[in-house]
Design a binder for this molecule. Structure first.
Ligand SMILES: [Fe+2]
Length: 214
């Protein structure tokens, strides 16, 4: 989205609030790319509107949009261990920035099934500590079930570690079309419970409240 398109986005939110008044609460959120040196820019975005929540996500490693099928070829000659190390280091830096209420699709790096061998806790443990210290929450994002990895973001093991570390959880569908809103939420709730979660987090004006999982 171009900066110039933001006012139109705000109008859409206003219209949705009018249409849904008294029936569905409409929250204003923004998913922000975490790019090197972007913190001042995120501050500008933060001040641009009365957001209910901001999501931070890593979709780029340097100039590589690694989750874009257009750049799948770049996986062919990369060192998986190095890419994963770079990804989780970047994710940890994003958490530590403290700019975001929610940290998006934590293990997006697995989207096209490029996963190193061995125990993945070596990647998860340090980032779990950084997320827990930041106070941001993570999301259980159901879109992953519909990607080549065929697994929600985050993986069950990551959710278990996050729950043990006291990191809050939101459930989201990352919908890119109306029909995808709330997709697989029943399955996500079961997964969250299996990881130890008993409640989810809801945001309004960047304040959180907790709601028991059904
Ligand atoms: Fe995303």
């Amino acid at each position: 989205m171009e900066m110039a398109e933001l006012p139109e986005y705000f109008r859409w939110i206003d219209r949705a609030r009018t249409q849904a008044a008294g029936r569905i609460p409409v929250r204003a959120g923004l998913e922000c790319d975490w790019l090197e040196g972007c913190a001042p820019w995120i501050g500008t975005l933060e001040a641009a509107y009365s957001w209910d929540y901001l999501i931070g996500s890593v979709h780029y490693l340097g100039d590589w949009s690694f989750d874009d099928p257009k750049w799948l070829g770049r996986w062919a000659d990369c060192d998986l261990e190095a890419v994963w190390t770079h990804y989780w280091k970047t994710y940890g830096e994003m958490a530590e920035s403290g700019l975001f209420d929610i940290l998006g699709h934590s293990d997006l790096i697995k989207k096209f099934c490029h996963v190193p061998t061995g125990d993945l806790d070596r990647f998860y443990d340090p980032v779990i500590d950084r997320i827990a210290a930041s106070g941001s929450v993570i999301e259980l994002n159901t879109a992953g079930w519909h990607k080549p990895c065929a697994e929600a973001y985050s993986t069950p093991r990551f959710l278990e570690l996050a729950c043990s570390a006291g990191i809050g959880l939101v459930i989201s569908s990352d919908s890119h079309a109306p029909a995808e809103i709330g997709r697989d939420f029943a399955r996500a709730i079961s997964l969250a419970k299996a990881a130890g979660y008993r409640e989810t987090v809801l945001f309004e004006k960047r304040q959180r409240r907790f709601e028991p999982l059904p």
